[in-house]
Design a protein around this ligand. Structure first.
Ligand code: FRU
Length: 501
């Protein structure tokens, strides 16, 4: 594989040519069927998620040359329905002095019929990547949504504002329009390394004025040292700040991943920049969910996609020449003071053959004819009121030594996702509290070839994980300690929807 030295002087042509030459060489074992991945190389955060000229666009942090994070480009894909994705040529390469060490995360917005990308140009100024860096905000513009020109006046925000604001960790602009003004939030930290968010405004996307600090961690508390990838939007009459804090320590069932992705509800004062808000809540209780980004589509829906991986986590697909994927798109709604995340309805287009069961009693373990798969959706309504614990095992191998286990404990009202025996890759157990007064649990599970996304109680909680079982581990088993009634079990095989040549 080519190292940095060989590829100095990045251009789009170089990156796109490299991908075309190499993508056929990928090993396919863990490639996903309906989740967006890069064609080759590394992928992290979703960027520039938007709807432009009748199509959805999703960009992503991308290193095309190796399956490792460095010298970040912006990969690009589009879709007419958020289900079927076509990968497009790379949109941004770190080609200029101000972004020479990476075109870091950012967002997209349409203005006067053109698509603007606003992103962070990163430069390393020494060998320590925590301290030796300069970050500045930049623009790129396109008329067709495919070919982007970097703005000649870049960077448009050259340095962090004065005050208790770290001068260098200053990144991930997320822009939106309100009336005739544009606003933008940025990820930041204080001089003493406490996470915070910055708010800016602009009339033209080029000249930006700092308004204030809408939210800041508690220096004496458990707030983390850096808040990355902020997003701010209205939902159900509330303002929502989504962000990815780094360095928060576990608290009960929360915050068990290396870094978190969560939200705070509140009210933003656009003049002072103050955001009166509640506590940080989790957006996903699984293992692999980071840097979510949302967009409002033409139907007024708030849709979120996140990076389905975690920093510093073992990623077995790296040995195959690629790494990272996006979650399925999730539609957000605010219900009883909390965000619910549901799979977007369009995903039902992926459904192929249905196998359905009703009113089945499970004591111990049960397998059912036709209920197997490594690329499927399942909808289950379980009554575990007469069980101490009950659930479902997925991706079970013939000898049962591989399995990914979802267990509901009706007394504790918790669901656990156990990937200690999932196959290769990292293990671990995650737990999500759910509301259930009658021992019932509703599950919607999306299984892809190296991932699982579990939606509990109609989107009240979600648990996402990458798993790496053997290709033949396709068994599915229901189990109960005590008696579980399966009121309904529907399973659909899912089609492939991400084009691969
Ligand atoms: C979040 C992040 C961003 C940054 C990008 C670099 O995962 O660290 O803050 O812009 O990744 O790839």
């Amino acid at each position: 594989m080519m190292g940095k030295v060989d590829m100095m002087g990045y251009t789009l042509t170089k990156a796109n040519q490299f991908i075309q030459e190499k993508k056929h060489l990928l090993q396919t074992e863990y490639r996903l069927n309906y989740h967006l991945m890069s064609e080759y190389g590394w992928m992290n955060d979703p960027n520039g998620f938007c709807f432009f000229k009748g199509e959805y666009h999703l960009f992503y942090q991308h290193h095309p040359f190796t399956p490792f994070w460095e010298d970040i480009h912006w990969g690009h894909a589009k879709s007419t329905d958020l289900v079927h994705w076509t990968v497009l040529p790379i949109a941004l390469a770190p080609s200029e002095e101000y972004d020479r060490d990476g075109c870091f995360s950012g967002s997209a917005i349409e203005k006067d019929g053109m698509l603007y990308l606003i992103y962070t140009g990163n430069q390393w100024t020494g060998s320590n990547r925590d301290t030796d860096l300069v970050q500045a905000q930049c623009l790129a513009v396109s008329t067709d949504g495919i070919r982007f020109d970097k703005w000649p006046g870049n960077p448009i925000i050259c340095e962090a504002p004065e005050g208790d604001i770290h001068p260098h960790h200053f990144r991930d602009p997320k822009v939106w329009q309100r009336g005739d003004q544009y606003y933008c939030v940025l990820g930041s930290r204080t001089q003493e390394h406490v996470g915070q968010i910055l708010l800016y405004k602009s009339a033209d996307l080029m000249n930006w004025e700092f308004i204030g600090i809408p939210a800041q961690g508690d220096a004496a508390g458990n707030s983390g040292y850096m808040w990355e990838c902020p997003d701010l939007f209205q939902l159900g009459g509330s303002d929502v700040l989504v962000m990815s804090p780094q360095g928060i320590k576990p608290e009960a069932e929360k915050f068990h991943n290396l870094h978190q992705a969560g939200y705070m509800l509140g009210k933003l004062d656009y003049h002072t920049g103050k955001f009166e808000h509640g506590p940080l809540e989790m957006l996903d209780y699984g293992f692999d969910f980071y840097a979510p980004q949302t967009m409002e589509d033409g139907q007024g829906r708030r849709i979120m996609i996140a990076w389905m991986a975690m920093w510093e986590s073992e990623m077995p697909e790296q040995a195959h020449g690629w790494a990272g994927a996006m979650t399925i798109p999730r539609q957000l709604s605010l219900e009883q003071g909390h965000i619910r995340c549901r799979p977007i309805p369009e995903l039902t287009k992926l459904r192929g053959g249905l196998t359905a069961y009703e009113d089945i009693v499970v004591t111990d373990e049960l397998t059912l004819e036709g209920i197997t798969g490594d690329c499927c959706e399942m909808e289950l309504i379980l009554d575990a009121s007469e069980a101490t614990s009950a659930g479902i095992k997925l991706r079970v191998s013939e000898g049962k030594n591989e399995q990914t286990v979802i267990t509901f404990s009706p007394q504790d009202k918790t669901v656990t996702l156990d990937r200690n025996r999932s196959g290769r890759g990292p293990g671990g157990v995650r737990k999500a509290p759910v509301q259930s007064d009658n021992g019932r649990l509703q599950l919607r599970i999306f299984v892809d070839r190296s991932s699982i996304e579990v939606f509990l109680q109609d989107g009240e909680k979600v648990m996402t994980a990458r798993i790496y079982p053997g290709e033949k581990s396709t068994g599915i088993t229901l189990f109960a300690v005590g008696v579980m009634k399966v009121i309904r079990l529907h399973k659909w095989d899912l089609h492939k929807s991400v084009e691969e040549v």
